[in-house]
Write a protein that binds this ligand. Structure first.
Ligand code: 0RA
Length: 638
């Protein structure tokens, strides 16, 4: 990465400090933004938008505009107070320049809102600046407009007064540095999803979005806040009551907001945020919420007669059946943990959320007995279904339907008993299963072919899927249990690899399995145990030379390299079954040549959304989805 000295006018002590700061960021971008892949790239936008959201939290900003420009840059404009431009007492430079090059909060210029720290958020706009080929900032403040431009984080000229201004605000436009990032393409859907989320969490703001190249514009404003958010989560389902339950409380310095609305389905969707950051992997706030739900519903059920004293209580799973919930907490000094820093670690927050939800939810149920009775009846039905399922499972076990030490008969297990080195390949059908069995390294690679019509389990209600023999075999093979009972210490393979065909059925099975893991074995994904195998789409040959292509772009590149025309043959793989065992091993299975994609929680959430649309009752969203994705699907299905 070129680190040419930035064109500073004078190299005084503070300039040197700036240089060192910028170099530290450019040397180890991952330390500041997590990674330099697409996720890190989008983090740049998040970081800048979060700064504008801070102005919203301070009550000083109502509108934010985010634009993806045709030149690959992104701009974020707000009508806040404008970054201060007064001289910084220590550095004798405009505070703006200090904010853009060193600090994200000098004490005097601190905005006094909930700060985001400990994670990858709130690292400061100077990090975005350091990782941008160029960045331009415009500030309107005290009747004037100011402008400054930077390259790779260093100012190319002093801050300039460019004329009068009637309003106030800040606009930051930046082009991510191609020498830092592996990809430079912003994904409109990713950006819009995040902006929509922010507009629910901050009901006073309107966020305008524009994608210049695609000619798309959208505005997000949700005055109903997180209550509207859960309504949105339930929009393709039937809600059991309206409006959603909304709870708001303060415990110590922690602010707690919860919106709850049940639907007549069987799944749980809980989205949890800390200082506006989506904690995909949950944490202490979610633990507190769950404890409170279980306790409050049990107490209420006993008091209202819905549950007899001698009966066993409702479990967490029972009371979360059909739950759509958004939890948003504001914590003074959040500590984020885990691989992607997406889990809240502050232990005190568990008790704070638990106490707040206990009190407020009990109060709500007392005041709304009709809603209370509906929910208790539903949870009791869930408990009965759970008990019936348990009996059925026991019966299955006793009847010996699962052979050989309790492991499914279709599983070709590996020799090793060390889970850390073991891999389970999940394939479609016996034919691909046979090839994979021949191609594997039986020391540490196990194969489980799925069989039968696992796709069309009558609109595949997730619980129904658990009654499907192939799915049950899968759960038994993995060994870690399902639902509330998941125990990763019993996991039999640390890599669970989905190896499906590159066609529509393969995509469906992948969506379905990811949804199953996401909903019923979440830890598998959050701890990074699930992977997707990358099988080649083409084999291109000229004479004795051949190469595999894993994408259409790669195919075109190889075709160009081989020289078009005579003697070039191309085979398109429609399924894994078209490869022989050695080909499959060398392209897809063997560590070394193969590439595995590790599934993230975001991938799983995506799959879950698609699953809901594909399997849901509503025809319209399904029609729309299939239409929007028709191109991708036809590509897959050629
Ligand atoms: C420090 C202090 C104040 C505002 C800001 C920073 C500020 C930063 C950004 C970043 C993007 N948009 C922004 N808007 C404001 C408070 C200034 C005052 O009290 O007038």
């Amino acid at each position: 990465m070129p680190d040419s000295p930035p064109p500073l006018a004078t190299y005084d002590a503070s300039s040197i400090q700036v240089l060192e700061g910028l170099q530290a960021v450019r040397k180890r971008p991952g330390m500041y933004i997590g990674s330099t892949d697409a996720r890190g790239l989008h983090h740049l936008i998040t970081e800048v938008v979060d700064n504008s959201i801070d102005e919203v939290l301070a009550g000083a900003c109502t509108d934010i505009s985010v634009t993806l420009h045709s030149d690959g840059s992104c701009s974020v404009a707000d009508n806040g107070r404008g970054i201060p431009i007064e001289e910084h007492p220590k550095y004798h430079k405009p505070a703006l320049e200090i904010v853009m090059t060193i600090l994200h909060a000098g004490s005097k210029f601190d905005r006094g809102t909930y700060k985001v720290s400990g994670g990858l958020h709130g690292v400061g706009v100077h990090v975005v600046n350091a990782l941008s080929e160029w960045l331009e900032v415009r500030v309107k403040r005290s009747g004037r407009e100011y402008y400054q431009r930077y390259q790779q984080g260093a100012p190319v000229a002093p801050l300039a007064d460019v004329g009068p201004a009637e309003t106030t605000g800040t606009e930051i436009r930046f082009l991510p540095d191609a020498t830092v990032f592996e990809t430079l393409a912003f994904d409109r859907e990713v950006v819009e999803r995040r902006l929509k989320e922010l507009s629910f969490l901050n009901p006073t703001v309107t966020i305008h979005f524009r994608d210049e190249a695609a000619g798309r514009e959208a505005s997000y404003h949700h005055a109903g806040g997180i209550s509207e958010f859960v309504e949105d989560l339930n929009s393709s389902l039937t809600s059991l009551f309206a409006p959603p339950i909304y709870l708001h409380a303060q415990r110590d310095t922690t602010d707690i907001e919860v919106a709850i609305q049940y639907n007549d389905g069987y799944n749980e969707t809980t989205l949890a945020f800390v200082n506006n950051i989506h904690t995909f992997d949950g944490g202490t706030h979610v633990v507190g919420l769950r404890a409170a739900l279980t306790r409050t519903f049990n107490d209420y059920a006993r008091r209202s007669g819905g549950l007899k004293g001698d009966k066993e209580g409702l479990t967490g799973e029972d009371v979360r059946e059909g739950l759509a919930c958004v939890l948003s907490v504001k914590v003074l000094e959040p500590q984020f943990e885990g691989q992607t820093k997406a889990r809240l670690g502050n232990s005190e927050v568990k008790g704070q959320v638990e106490s707040a939800v206990n009190d407020k939810l009990a109060e709500f149920l007392e005041e709304h007995p009709a809603v209370g009775q509906t929910l208790i009846a539903k949870a009791v039905r869930a408990a009965q279904a759970r008990e019936a399922a348990r009996k059925a499972r026991e019966l299955t076990r006793r009847k010996g339907l699962l052979e050989g030490g309790g492991l499914p008969g279709k599983l070709a297990d590996c020799h090793s008993r060390n889970p850390a080195e073991c891999e389970l390949f999940i394939v479609e059908g016996d034919s691909a299963g046979g090839t994979a069995k021949q191609g594997r390294d039986r020391e540490f690679q196990a194969i489980l072919p799925l069989w039968g019509k696992i796709l069309n389990v009558e609109k595949a209600r997730l619980d129904k899927m658990l009654q499907n023999d192939a799915i049950r075999a899968l759960i038994t093979a993995i060994g870690a249990g399902v639902g509330d009972e998941v125990d990763l210490t019993k996991l039999r393979y640390h890599k669970i690899i989905l190896m499906t065909d590159a066609d529509v059925d393969g995509a469906h099975i992948r969506t379905l399995l990811l949804t199953l893991f996401y909903r019923k074995m979440n830890e598998l994904i959050s701890e990074g145990h699930v992977y997707i195998a990358q099988a080649p789409l083409y084999r291109i040959q000229k004479g004795t030379r051949f190469q595999y292509a894993y994408s259409d772009e790669e195919r075109d590149r190889i075709l160009a390299e081989f020289g078009d025309g005579r003697g070039v043959t191309m085979q398109r793989y429609k399924g894994l079954g078209e490869m022989n065992a050695e080909q499959l091993a060398e392209t897809t299975m063997r560590p070394g040549p193969r590439t595995l994609l590790r599934v993230t929680i975001e991938d799983a959430i995506r799959a879950n959304e698609i699953f809901k649309i594909l399997m849901g009752e509503d025809v319209e969203p399904r029609r729309q989805y299939i239409q929007e994705h028709a191109i991708e699907v036809t590509n897959l299905d050629v």
